[in-house]
Design a protein around this ligand. Structure first.
Ligand code: ADP
Ligand code: MG
Length: 729
């Protein structure tokens, strides 16, 4: 089982765009001005391996990476020794197995390389065993009941497909993390399993089209990361930001995003300095940071890397989020990754651009130049359509978190209903195939999918549609529902698994048929007929669409995390995920529990923070303003007897009423949270949160925000939305 986790992935996972053998430069400390000189300087990548390892060891390791062959001990020892020498040369003193437990963040426990030598000194040691396997005490990581406390041991197992790298003074070895019994306790293991399943089924389909030379199909992912940058001093004055990463109070400022002047706007000097520094850090780690720009909301920005193989992209995105926050701190800034840090302006997501690539360089979602390629493209396109339709629920739940609920299904894009944007041309092609009708595009012919009469549609036929949760963008699908703080692992696990399932069904139907062309034609036609309800090219923000989607088309509208998560236990989902060996049934149940617990804990912390801020900061602040106002009334009346003091008295009346309302709303929220503690079952607790706690939080916020608008600025106890959103210059 453990070895499954270690050598489970059989394909090479070299990030796209890598230029090997550029000549590794040891003297990375002397920072050159050209990026190509220091790009990847902190990564034990193929260039370093080739330079540092004896050729037999290098070949053997490559076989492990490329083909999943087991690594024998002497090879592991040799790799470990080379890694240690290289890491020590670069100033590392420690190593760690770097993994992605179900907390949503990465974990690391540092061990130094030192080992005592007989002369009283130390030598730096690192063995093959230490490289391949670690045994952290796993009892404090979430396991959702998978691990009894007496089985505290967990194992980390080297993922040789993701390069080791140096962070600070520590050599980080990407690993998978599993329990004593071999169940996955992390996000990497099921991701690798889903890639393996997808590879197997995609190869079966490709063989039918005569692609004998293709050895491997890998999902490629480019995650566009949105974030907010705010001033650190201001951040520290707000407990909601410090404890929850998002604001829980805040009246609307006079200016928000309505002028659309921030999107792609000129980047402010402080932000530019941050981005430059960030890029350098990422490039040193071999992360292909490519595009940066201002986003729609004030103080909102985006960073997109060049796409790479899904598990590398996932590792890199985790690292990117960590480094974004670290670098921000150096610049007196804080990088907010929460999905909805501010009400009233756009939240942040992560657009997961996803495609399938062969080791021969073919993108399976790219319409080709020849009819055969087009037929193959159409089959993969239809497979994606069928997958998304059949597993809407899994895709929705893969992005379900308390934070993301404020984006999906709230008054902002994308909606919680999943649909696919295909664009007019491809939709017309599919229509024509479905109806055996002439395709009125470039070729006027009755479409039978016999390859010689295929429509010759052009490449990149899509327009843009920013409202779609799942948009075809020419040669890839862009899944836009992922939350900005979330790992992209879960979304990609579900994408890969559902696609593997559909391709398996297609291969089962097509293998061994005598007339391939008509079987293919029938299959594509059937798939279009059965699943075209998921295709929607219109405005996804429109209420009319939600009505049509749910009432006419029968699509799911899973608005909240508890609604979405419940669907993972449905038989069709459990059957699919277990039959492809992406998850065991026990792992599915444990993940369900962990995600629900996480939802409950997150909202509970937010509720408690609101109570705390209302009682200890907001109420006292308004009271002290009221006291001063009353003092003014007294002073003015003493100075000019009989003066009405209308302004002050009206304000005192207004704010006094609000103080009482705030007090009542705080008490109501507080007692709901106390009652919540007594709910033993996590599913029940999640529903109490969804139906009661969030409502009480919203009620408290409304009265506090109103009080803010009436209270003189100097009394308000923490920075306002205006300060936060426009404070960085
Ligand atoms: P936009 O979506 O804004 O048009 P791009 O087309 O540049 O931006 O791509 C956005 C992201 O999609 C980038 O991370 C890019 O590397 C990634 N991407 C481009 N092509 C592919 C592909 N074939 N597979 C996966 N991701 C891709
Ligand atoms: Mg995009």
């Amino acid at each position: 089982m453990l070895h499954d986790a270690i050598f489970l992935f059989i394909c090479v996972s070299k990030p796209a765009g890598f230029r090997p053998a550029a000549g590794f430069r040891k003297e990375f400390f002397i920072m050159s001005t050209t990026v190509s000189d220091y790009f990847g300087s902190l990564v034990f990548d193929d260039r370093v391996m080739r330079a540092k390892l004896p050729s037999s060891v290098y070949d053997s390791l490559k076989k492990t990476i490329d083909e999943g062959a087991a690594l024998d001990t002497h090879v592991a020892n040799a790799v470990a020794a080379a890694m240690r020498d290289w890491a020590v040369e670069h100033g590392a003193t420690h190593f760690t197995h770097w993994f992605q437990p179900l907390t949503g963040v990465t974990a690391e426990k540092h061990d130094s390389f030192i080992s005592p030598s007989p002369d009283g000194g130390v030598i730096m040691e690192f063995s093959g065993k230490e490289l391949i396997q670690g045994e952290p005490d796993a009892s404090s990581f979430p396991s959702g009941g998978l691990r009894a406390t007496f089985e505290a041991r967990g194992y980390t197992a080297w993922d040789p497909t993701s390069y080791a790298f140096i962070k600070g003074h520590t050599l980080c070895i990407p690993t998978a993390f599993c329990s004593y019994g071999g169940e996955a306790l992390d996000k990497k293991t099921p991701l690798l399993r889903s890639m393996q399943a997808l590879n197997k089924q995609a190869l079966r389909v490709l063989k039918l089209f005569g692609n004998e030379d293709v050895k491997c199909v890998r999902p490629c992912v480019g995650p566009e990361q949105e974030y907010f940058l705010i001033d650190k001093d201001m951040y520290e004055k707000r407990k909601d930001l410090v404890f929850c990463g998002r604001t829980l109070f805040g009246a609307k400022p006079p200016k928000g995003q309505e002028l659309d002047d921030h999107y792609f706007g000129v980047i402010k000097p402080r932000v530019e300095a941050y981005m430059e520094d960030l890029n350098q850090e990422l490039w040193k780690l071999g992360i292909l940071a490519k595009t940066e720009h201002n986003e729609v909301a004030p103080a909102q920005h985006e960073l997109a890397p060049i796409f790479s193989v899904a598990n590398i992209a996932t590792d890199h995105n985790q690292l990117t989020m960590e480094i974004m926050q670290k670098v921000a701190s150096r610049h007196g800034l804080v990088c907010l990754l929460a999905e909805k840090p501010f009400a009233g302006v756009n939240g942040s997501g992560k657009h997961n651009n996803w495609s399938l690539a062969t080791d021969t360089g073919l993108n399976l979602f790219k319409p080709g130049d020849t009819p055969y390629e087009n037929a193959q493209f159409l089959l993969f396109l239809c497979a994606a359509i069928q997958s998304v339709d059949n597993y809407q629920d899994l895709l929705r739940l893969s992005v379900a978190t308390a934070g993301n609920d404020h984006r999906l299904g709230a008054n902002e894009a994308p909606p919680a209903v999943i649909s696919i944007f295909l664009g007019d041309e491809l939709t017309a092609v599919l229509d024509a195939i479905e109806n055996d009708a002439p395709y009125s595009g470039t070729e006027k012919t009755v479409l039978k999918l016999g390859v010689h009469v295929l429509p010759k549609f052009t490449r990149d036929t899509t327009d843009r549609n920013r409202t779609s949760p799942f948009a075809f963008t020419g040669n890839k699908f862009e899944f836009r529902m992922v939350g900005s703080s979330d790992s992209i692992a879960c979304a990609n696990i579900m994408l890969n698994a559902s696609m593997a399932e559909t391709l398996k069904e297609f291969a089962d139907k097509l293998e061994g048929v005598t007339d391939f062309e008509s079987a293919l034609h029938d299959l594509i036609k059937e798939a279009i007929k059965a699943h075209k309800r998921i295709i929607f090219n219109g405005n996804g923000y429109d209420d009319a669409w939600i009505k049509e989607a749910t009432e006419k088309r029968g699509l799911l509208n899973l608005r909240t995390t508890p609604d979405a998560l419940a669907t993972i236990l449905e038989k069709k989902n459990v059957d699919m995920l277990t039959s492809l060996k992406v998850f065991s049934e026990a792992e599915i149940r444990s993940r369900y529990e962990i995600c629900l617990e996480n939802y409950c804990k997150t909202v509970n912390i937010e509720g408690l923070t609101m109570v705390d801020m209302a009682r200890k900061e907001i109420l006292p602040a308004v009271e002290s303003y009221l006291a001063d106002l009353s003092g003014t009334v007294a002073a003015k009346s003493a100075a000019v007897p009989g003066l009405a003091c209308k302004y002050e008295k009206d304000l005192i009346t207004k704010l006094s009423a609000l103080v009482d309302e705030i007090d009542a709303a705080t008490t109501a929220l507080d007692s709901t949270l106390v009652r919540l503690k007594a709910v033993p079952d996590v599913t029940d607790a999640a529903y109490v949160i969804r139906d009661v706690v969030l409502q009480k939080m919203a009620e408290l916020r409304v009265v506090c925000d109103e009080a803010e608008t009436y209270t003189a600025a100097k009394y308000w106890p923490f920075p306002t939305y205006g300060d936060l959103l426009f404070g960085v210059r």
